[in-house]
Design a protein around this ligand. Sequence first.
Ligand code: FES
Length: 163
Amino acid sequence: RGLLRLVELHTDTHGLLDVDSLDELVPDLAERPTYACGPAGLLDALEAHHEARGLVLHTERFRPVVLAAPGEGGTVTFADGREVAADGATPILDAAEEAGVLMPSGCRMGICMGCVLPMKEGAVRDLRNGALTVAVPGETDPAGVPIQTCVSAPAGACSVDHS
Ligand code: FES
């Protein structure tokens, strides 16, 4: 009945939505509340976009925002079910080997990439620069997010595939 205007954008053909294009897609955006649900990256971008413009935004998240503190540490679960606890200053590679888990490795200093394994879920922090890497099932690559275990410490619980 003309009450709604549906704008379809498909990632496969149009690429990811650029939130800056909203002003063009919805010319009266400033006069409307926005309701959004989707991957964390989209919601984060929308929140920044709307906050900068003072616009009303309602979001629905199916997962909490990851809040991992530096040096937090956590438990690493491997594909075979083994669990290894590591503090926030110990590389996953070291903690796993100390627990008897056979791990691929090389330089042990973040150069050769010989220790890279896919993280299926959770968060790790790069011990060199504090950068957080997050894997979220349903949002990040189903094959896992590659992490360098020799320079990464768990930031909360995480699952790593080493099979
Ligand atoms: S062992 Fe070389 S980058 Fe990790």
